[in-house]
Design a protein around this ligand. Structure first.
Ligand code: 2P0
Length: 344
């Protein structure tokens, strides 16, 4: 009979990623299989530090994020935990096991950025959980990807650094719906991300619900999906040549196309607000003033902006933006926080 086993503990630090070509729409909702390939940059300095403890006994699973206990029953965490139990049960069926698999999970996670700000915290969190599970149970890379994706689709991209592509996959069993690194961050060391936290509040509707509503009601989505692969190839080519303006142009186009599709959803998904739109204008004015495209914006399912630029543009843009946004402040708008981050 199986003896009592020691608890196992693992701690990892995993960064967030921000998509340049967004994932929006699933062909399988339970497995988080996307309708289109997506592409992201991993932002190393914004991360989740996650500890997973596995106890080999029957008990209640627990998850604590930044000191706050999370609901586990019926959650994505439970989905991931149940999958691991199922795999372990299956593995043990081949052995002589007198006891059923009793595994209890305890997760504590701290992030160095506001979780509620919609800054892809779930991507970092679930990629970290998958990483810990792989280390503790000895899962394959493919299993690790499956677990990250099951938690949150975009988490599959946080497994790698640099420029990362998540392929939608074509196999019926989805095993080729995986992420791969297109370029390491060292390929373009001067690249920077600025995150403008416009609103720290929780978004009105989750990405999961929002994208499903888009799949059910938007006619523009089909056209968007047709263009994603071509746009990814263009961004990869620009990244390869360190051609900032070519890359920036495609990043902004994808963000605007994604939000157009959100507006084409019924009822519409209005993620951007007046401050977001001020930032869009500001970036275009700055690029025009410069005579070339030296900064790009992208917005996820919320009003916060991620700006991409090169190191030598950061200070000048911040000076420009501060002057302009102070003016905007008098019109009752404000940018709460500006976070400057290196990608490498
Ligand atoms: C992305 N987003 O590619 C896009 C852009 C939001 C806008 O991936 O349902 O939280 O967990 O698979 O990963 C957010 O979606 O959705 C997301 P689920 P997820 O980053």
């Amino acid at each position: 009979p199986e003896g009592r086993r020691e608890s196992r503990v693992c701690t990892v630090r995993v960064p967030i990623n921000i998509a340049l070509v967004k994932y929006w729409g699933k062909r399988d909702q339970t497995q988080n299989i996307p309708l289109n390939d997506s592409l992201s940059l991993t932002i190393n300095s914004l991360h989740a530090r996650t500890t997973l403890r596995v106890n080999y006994e029957i008990g209640t699973d627990s998850v604590k994020i930044n000191g706050k206990s999370q609901t586990v029953t019926g959650s994505r965490y439970q989905r991931v935990f149940e999958e691991v139990r199922r795999w372990e049960r299956k593995r043990k069926a081949g052995e002589v096991a007198e006891h059923p698999v009793s595994i209890q999970f305890e997760i504590t996670s701290e992030t160095n950025f506001p979780v509620s700000a919609g800054l892809a915290s779930s991507a970092a969190g679930f990629a970290a959980i998958a990483e810990c599970l792989q280390k503790i149970f000895g899962f394959t890379d493919s299993q690790k990807s499956q677990l990250a994706r099951l938690g949150s689709g975009s988490a599959i991209r946080s497994i790698f650094g640099g420029l990362v592509r998540w392929r939608r996959g074509t196999q019926p069993n989805y095993e080729d719906s995986i992420a791969e690194q297109s370029f390491p961050s060292t390929h373009w060391p001067s690249l920077r991300a600025l995150i403008l936290v416009v609103d720290e509040g929780r978004k009105e509707y989750s990405s999961t619900d929002g994208m499903q509503r888009t799949v059910e009601t938007s006619t523009l989505l089909e056209r968007r999906i047709e263009c994603c692969d071509v746009n990814i190839d263009k961004i990869c080519a620009a990244f390869s040549n360190r051609d900032f303006s070519a890359m920036a142009d495609m990043i902004m186009r994808d963000s605007n196309n994604f939000h157009a599709v959100c507006m084409d959803t019924s009822p519409p998904l209005m993620y951007l607000n007046d401050v977001s739109r001020t930032i869009i204008r500001l970036v275009h004015v700055y690029n025009e003033k410069n005579g070339s495209t030296v900064i790009a914006y992208t917005f996820d399912a919320g009003p916060n902006a991620t700006l991409y630029l090169e190191e030598d543009t950061v200070q000048d843009f911040l000076d420009f933006a501060t002057k302009q946004l102070r003016f905007a402040e008098s019109a009752q708008t404000e940018v709460e926080e500006i976070l400057g981050h290196k990608l490498d």
